[in-house]
Design a protein around this ligand. Sequence first.
Ligand code: SAH
Ligand code: SF4
Ligand code: F3S
Length: 452
Amino acid sequence: MSSIPRRYHITTFGCQMNKADSERMAGILENMGFQFSEDPNQADLILYNTCSIRDNAEHKVYSYLGRQAKRKLQQPNLTLIVAGCVAQQEGEALLRRVPELDMVMGPQHANRLEDLLEQVFAGNQVVATEALHIMEDITKPRRESQVTAWVNVIYGCNERCTYCIVPSVRGIEQSRTPEAIRAEMEELGRQGYKEVTLLGQNIDAYGRDLPGTTPEGRNLHTLTDLLYFVHDVPGIERIRFATSHPRYFTERLIRACQELPKVCEHFHIPFQSGDNDILKAMARGYTQEKYRRIIDMIRHYMPDASISADAIVGFPGETEEQFENTLKLLEEISFDMLNTAAYSPRPGTPAAVWENQLSEEVKSDRLQRLNHLVSIKAAERSQRYLGRIEEVLVEEQNTKDPTQVMGRTRGNRLTFFTGDINQLKGQLVQVKITESRAFSLSGEAIPQPALV
Ligand code: SAH
Ligand code: SF4
Ligand code: F3S
């Protein structure tokens, strides 16, 4: 059919989950014969994979969409799709707001893109947001990187943090089987990928929904068991996982990370607030004391592990003193990296309708103060690398200096050093660290002894 568009463009907003979904959807489109177009204005099919975690993330998509909706007036063959979390949140309302749209599809429908598109090409306006058992995707994702890859292990989230939109847009937890995960990693190993990040919104929940228990009555499938099951996949040199939840984090998991050489010494465990009353209002299910015990336990087994987290400031009712407890936690734990955000009320979440909302001024003032401390702490943590030799997995050329390459240490610090990307891409290089900044390092490659 000559009317079928042949060039596609995808813009992705939001988290790694969305990026992984986009890569699978791009794979499906290429399998259907579409070619990637960097420029949306050259494309016949445009897909926005959207994020709704905060108000500003949601609004970004409307401005992008407005421009393309106008273009569609001149080019009626243009296919316009909104996927992801805003699509799930808004559903049909999005079609009313932007009538030029051809399709609104929630994250659980990503793997069904081909079926859904057939309905669009048959002339329908499609809304796909009903809850769904996620099918394994049989096409190959079109991945951004040739070195590192994301592998979903659990979709959805069963938590009910009072500020968070994710459970309502991503649905209930659905774990993939260990066999499907291992098979995807083996394929990645064959294709030359070196690093895999296992993904889940609450990755510690992995396996809860899969059948089977051990003789002791424990779930047969946990994240720890999964790490043992996949750690020897040929070709994959490094394994990471995110995001950990303090409520479910176990000592068994830390011991597995210590024992398994491919699992990197980096933990991403959001704490959200350093104040117990705020944690309770957020329904996070732990106290700051419990959080500190987890970090102590990690540092007991792996003293040098890097630790990152997320935190929210200006949650409804947060007093100055409660905010200072968050600063105190950061000060005392010294995170390698902390993602911070001002609280943003999200539709349908409990905290959004509470009356004790804080003003934008208070929120942005606290955010600035927290960010200031984040850079100080990150710079301090970076300094421990000075003079050391670190293993760096080379990913790309340094975009600001083509004589350099960039990669990451096992602790996930971005690292630059002089070298030729054509020779070094995908290589694990020993690098002597000579310069440290808050969020990155520079160094020199140590000459490798010639292989005999
Ligand atoms: N599943 C992960 C994080 C998911 S969302 C966890 O449980 O930690 C990523 C981050 O966005 C969260 O850690 C939180 O810090 C932030 N976030 C989520 N909802 C938010 C909101 N309504 N306002 C501001 N930040 C929010
Ligand atoms: Fe949101 Fe909480 Fe689930 Fe994380 S654990 S995705 S913050 S509801
Ligand atoms: Fe955003 Fe959805 Fe991820 S709301 S942060 S893209 S799960």
